[in-house]
Design a protein around this ligand. Structure first.
Ligand code: PRE
Length: 395
């Protein structure tokens, strides 16, 4: 029997008036209000109420269609089986392409991400492991990528995030891998040397650091807690303003905030969220040395997803210690015109002086030209493991 379509309560073409449109109730609002007298506030609010009604009806209608998609996918075992990162990336790119203001792409992407997150959670929320406790930048990255309808699970370490995803207790994990100023977080990359998990996505997060304490007075600060990477991101600021204070690296920024809560002579460097969770006052911030300070996170999961149209592929190549070995294994990439975004060498866990290369290339492993290059690389006799193919981060 054919499935009944979700009821369509909203007129197909939503007739939304522009502020200042001649026939609108808000016709005096030709430009955003500058003075109280230039705009009929009550009339503008009436317009906004009407638009809100339409938005709400459309969101509900979208949610009903998403239920329909769920039915089309059949009765699947768990939320993770409904999740389609490639489709979400396509939806968000369309949002960006359509946007001609006034809201920034980032803002619209955030709103649509939340709508998709809520639509997906109708079936069941995704469970996402991250480096806890509450308030870390990793938690922010979870919500940026999966929306607030996902269930974020704080875990004690990056190792535990890998373990919980591998055991199926979490659907995905979000782990930091690189900072724009400090480079690669090698301990995260090294996890892939022994873990069978795959990379299913990437998230870029602008990181703003704040110095916070219980008293809110810089004069009280004799000790500063933070994650080693965050201390490094604020090195110049600390040298200028707190040269005499002891700097103590701890496992996460949120842990730093937790410790600072318990001592009047201590402060934490962390995100505002962590300060909020642990009841700290902001002394100064943002205090990162580089204004474009950004951390890249990986989404780790158990499977490979299909292409989204703008993807990146991560490979792990282990080569034997022979002249030209790395050149030979990478040569098909150049011949097939595949761009390499990054290469990182790490000692392989196994033989002495054997190296593992983490390589990011443009494109999806299942699509030309990368698929052909990859087949040749895998036939080269060297160990080439596909770590994942995933949509390029959406700002
Ligand atoms: O298109 C789908 O496959 C859906 O399940 C719908 C939808 C959405 O809300 O757009 C929801 C969750 C998926 O992760 C991707 C997209």
């Amino acid at each position: 029997m054919a499935e009944k379509k979700p009821a369509r309560k909203v007129a197909k073409k939503a007739a939304v008036k522009k502020p200042g449109a001649a026939n609108g109730a808000a016709k005096k609002a030709a430009a955003p209000a500058k003075t109280k007298s230039s705009v009929d506030l009550a009339a503008v609010r009436t317009e906004i109420d009407g638009i809100d009604r339409q938005i709400e009806a459309l969101i509900s209608e979208r949610a009903r269609w998403a239920q329909q998609v769920g039915r089309a996918k059949g009765k699947l075992a768990a939320a993770v089986d409904y999740y389609r990162p490639e489709r979400e990336a396509q939806v968000l790119r369309q949002v960006v392409d359509r946007n001609d203001g006034p809201l920034a792409n980032e803002v619209l992407v955030r709103l649509f991400r939340e709508i998709m997150s809520a639509c997906l959670a109708q079936q069941e929320p995704l469970r996402i492991g991250f480096l806890g406790p509450e308030g870390t930048f990793s938690q922010q990255a979870v919500y940026k990528h999966f929306g607030h309808s996902a269930k974020a699970l704080p875990l004690a370490s990056v190792e535990e995030v890998f373990d919980e995803v591998a055991a199926g207790h979490a659907d995905f994990g979000v782990v930091p891998v690189e900072n724009s100023g400090q480079g690669t977080i090698q301990s995260t990359l090294d996890m892939f040397l022994s873990s069978p998990l795959m990379i299913c996505g990437e998230v870029e997060l602008r990181v703003h650091q704040y110095l916070m304490s219980r008293t809110g007075n810089i004069e009280d600060v004799e000790r500063v807690y933070s994650h080693a990477l965050s201390l490094a991101q604020c090195r110049s600021w600390l040298r200028q303003h707190l040269a005499g204070a002891e700097k103590q690296a701890v496992v996460s920024n949120a842990e730093a905030a937790r410790r600072a809560r318990n001592a009047d002579d201590a402060a934490a460097i962390a995100g505002k969220n962590a300060g909020h969770v642990y009841g700290l006052k902001v002394i100064a911030g943002p205090i990162e040395d580089r204004p474009d300070n950004t951390t890249r996170f990986l989404v780790i999961g158990r499977e490979l997803f299909p292409p989204s149209g703008h993807d990146r592929t991560s490979l792990l190549v282990t080569v034997q210690d022979q002249p030209g070995a790395l050149y030979k294994v990478l040569e098909p990439l150049a011949r097939h015109g595949v761009s390499m975004n990054r290469i990182e060498s790490r000692p392989a866990h196994g033989r002495l002086w054997e190296y593992a290369f983490f390589i990011d290339v443009e494109g999806h492993a299942e699509e030309a030209p990368l698929s052909a290059a990859l087949a040749e690389m895998q036939a080269s006799g060297q160990k080439v493991r596909l770590l994942g193919a995933y949509p390029v981060a959406i700002p």
